[in-house]
Design a protein around this ligand. Structure first.
Ligand code: NI
Length: 253
């Protein structure tokens, strides 16, 4: 049974057939899905999905791209949402220096505030780090009690080693199946299996041979297959381990 640890099923890309897609996942071998929010509204939508589908869990938080124009009490609102029994993490949170609209200091402030919240609530976090590797690592190091996952990991092999040593997990999307994947294969080979997870980031990042299509959790087996090939392990072992890792990190059954 696969655990897709990162899929945005509230996205409008699923407005036409959301229920049909979610209902089809068990048959495709996907038994657990974690839906992270990106802002207050999508965090609420993630919780609604988790209330309707027993195998769906939610994370709540504010993504760095959504850090502009937050209401004054935004952190209290995230904390409120995090009380829901199906909320298993704070996420997705982090730094994104690819998009230039949100000043870096504001991103860092919003990220750090949510790391502190996760520490207070004793919840793991889901980190989005795009072209902000040094600052992301430096920020999480300020919160040594906080654990979680760097999702769609795109940093160096060196930083990956540091994160694993600090107790973090790394998860990978369909980008690892692309022929031009460069750093990820080395990172996956060196990272202990018990720290790896798989995800789709649906509706984005569909793996080869579905690249460019809308992505959903049915494709997550391709990430497990790719990891199995890189680590020269049976795919069943990667499926079992990545699911166990996700259950342990997020505390789900
Ligand atoms: Ni995402």
């Amino acid at each position: 049974m696969l655990f897709d640890t990162h899929a945005h099923y509230y996205d409008q890309a699923f407005d036409g057939d959301r229920d049909a897609v979610l209902a089809s996942l068990a048959e495709a071998g996907v038994g657990l899905v974690l839906v992270p929010g990106c802002d207050l509204a999508s965090s609420r939508q993630a919780i609604e999905l988790a209330e309707r589908w027993p195998f769906v869990y939610a994370a709540v938080g504010v993504h760095p791209e959504d850090a502009l124009g937050l209401p004054e009490d935004w952190l209290a609102q995230v904390e409120d949402l995090a009380q829901h029994p199906k909320v298993k993490a704070i996420g997705e949170i982090g730094l994104d220096y690819y998009w230039k609209e949100v000043p870096h200091d504001l991103q860092q402030e919003v990220f750090a505030a949510q790391l502190a919240l996760a520490e207070r609530l004793d919840l793991p976090v889901i980190v989005h780090d795009r072209e902000a590797h040094a600052d992301s690592l430096a920020t999480v190091r300020r919160f040594p009690a906080v654990r979680g996952v760097f999702h769609c990991y795109s940093g160096s092999a060196e930083d990956a080693k540091t994160l694993v040593r600090l107790g973090w997990h790394l998860s990978f999307t369909g980008t690892i199946t692309f022929k031009n994947a460069r750093k990820a294969p080395e990172v996956i080979r060196q990272t202990p299996l018990e720290r790896l997870m798989v995800e789709t980031d649906a509706p984005y990042m569909a793996p080869t041979p579905y690249r460019g299509k809308r992505c959903d959790s049915r494709y997550v087996y391709r990430m497990a297959e790719t990891i199995a090939a890189l680590k020269e392990l049976p795919v069943e072992e990667v499926v079992r381990a990545t699911t166990e890792n996700g259950k342990r990190l997020f505390g789900v059954e």
